[in-house]
Design a protein around this ligand. Structure first.
Ligand SMILES: [Zn+2]
Length: 201
């Protein structure tokens, strides 16, 4: 089990973003996470209903595999579809929401698994699935936490978030809303990030 310090993850996030476009770290703006996944990492993003209950939001396929998906259209239930290595399956239910924060967070979370845990999963022959449920084992919890932390750093880079925070003349609550919109993340994710950076109590 490898452990990452948060500042290691912070520099990994900066590296990922600057290998796509260094300007993204110079001025506050939203990070085009889907483009980074496709263009920098050669990943393909597919939208499917992963489960009937929407409990799995994203799944990264590390090796060619048959993956169960839920066939909602024709009421066919689950079926196995062949999926190529390097595919990120995102729950199609996320496409229907007006706020794209959760969709982008799920993409960034799966990209984080690809960056941090590819070797680990390839060895185990598993795909990575992001579930809403709390994972059972301690190592699973660590893996999920690392992916969440890197995801948050990718979507909300420290430098530009700080810049935007200090430029804003809004109240603390107003700043959360303003920055969440600017970086295209949920207000909840932005609030956690700002607290984490010590900018909010
Ligand atoms: Zn995950």
């Amino acid at each position: 089990m490898f452990n990452y310090y948060n500042n290691t993850l912070e520099s990994k996030a900066r590296y990922v973003i600057s290998s796509y476009e260094p300007d993204l770290l110079r001025e506050p703006t939203s990070i085009p996470v889907e483009d980074i996944m496709e263009e920098v990492y050669g990943l393909s993003i597919e939208y499917q209903y992963i489960r009937n209950n929407g409990r799995i939001l994203g799944e990264t396929v590390f090796e060619n595999a048959l993956v169960p998906i839920y066939e909602r259209e024709n009421n066919e239930g689950y079926k196995l579809i062949p999926v190529k290595a390097g595919t990120v399956i995102i729950d199609a239910g996320l496409l229907n929401r007006r706020n794209d924060g959760r969709l982008r967070y799920t993409c960034a979370h799966e990209l984080a698994h690809w960056i941090l845990h590819k070797e680990l999963y390839t060895r185990l022959g598993e795909t990575a699935a992001m579930t809403k449920a709390v994972k059972s084992s301690e190592s699973d919890r660590i893996i999920e936490r690392q992916a969440d932390v890197l995801s948050s750093y990718l979507l909300m880079p420290k430098g530009t978030v700080k810049m935007a925070f200090h430029r804003s003349a809004n109240s603390p609550t107003g700043k959360i809303t303003e920055l969440a919109r600017l970086f295209r993340v949920s207000k909840q994710a932005m609030e956690i990030r700002l607290k984490d950076m010590g900018l909010l109590n």
